[in-house]
Design a protein around this ligand. Structure first.
Ligand SMILES: [Zn+2]
Length: 197
């Protein structure tokens, strides 16, 4: 495999990127100046060295400490826990400015084609609950995208939470069907949170 084929194969593994788009990325890099290529390579190296996964919410952050700034913030509300699919969804909720509880990033949604929950942190979520309940948790908000994958994930997580005496809610449908949290505007998210049930 030559350098072009190798990089094309790497980009093809990115979410939503097919071989043709991957090829275009490689062409772009070939036409770019060596300093741009150096910057990109350097940034990728830094990702590994300076970005950590928060042990509590599991999101990636570039903080100095292990625990991210949200989880380390003592003024956040321990009684609420929002379970989201991705880091981007967490950021969207945070941007809406109406949620002041804690977060947990599940790492994706269940794929309907395989019906597998591979790689989702359901076990980690469940095993963190004892500690969270001690700290006053009384409601878990399942904040997944309003699509079949999001619904399947919510159903699965609900099942796993049955043994705990904690209220489990899902976002209200202020969020239009099919919409990704990541792209929802703050007002919509505010309404979806307010109408959760
Ligand atoms: Zn965190």
């Amino acid at each position: 495999m030559d350098a072009i084929e190798k990089l094309t194969a790497i980009f093809s593994r990115f979410p939503g990127i097919g071989p043709r788009q991957a090829g275009r990325f490689v062409q772009f890099l070939l036409r770019s100046s060596p300093s741009i290529r150096r910057d990109i390579a350097e940034s990728i190296r830094e990702l590994g060295a300076s970005v950590f996964e928060c042990p509590e919410c599991k999101r990636f952050h570039a903080g100095e400490k292990n625990t991210c700034s949200l989880c380390a913030n003592p003024s956040r509300d321990n009684s609420l826990l929002a379970v989201v699919a991705t880091d981007a969804d967490l950021s969207a909720l945070e941007r809406s400015g109406t949620f002041h509880g804690r977060y947990f990033v599940l790492g994706g949604t269940i794929s309907l084609s395989s019906d597998k929950a591979n790689g989702l942190r359901i076990k980690e979520l469940v095993s963190s609950l004892q500690e969270r309940l001690k700290k006053g948790l009384n409601e878990i908000i399942l904040a997944f995208p309003a699509n079949p994958e999001g619904d399947a994930t919510a159903a699965r997580v609900k099942e796993e939470l049955q043994e705990f005496s904690v209220k489990v809610t899902t976002l209200g449908r202020g969020l239009s069907t099919g919409s990704e949290l990541e792209y929802a505007d703050p007002e919509t998210l505010k309404n979806a949170l307010a109408s959760r049930r």
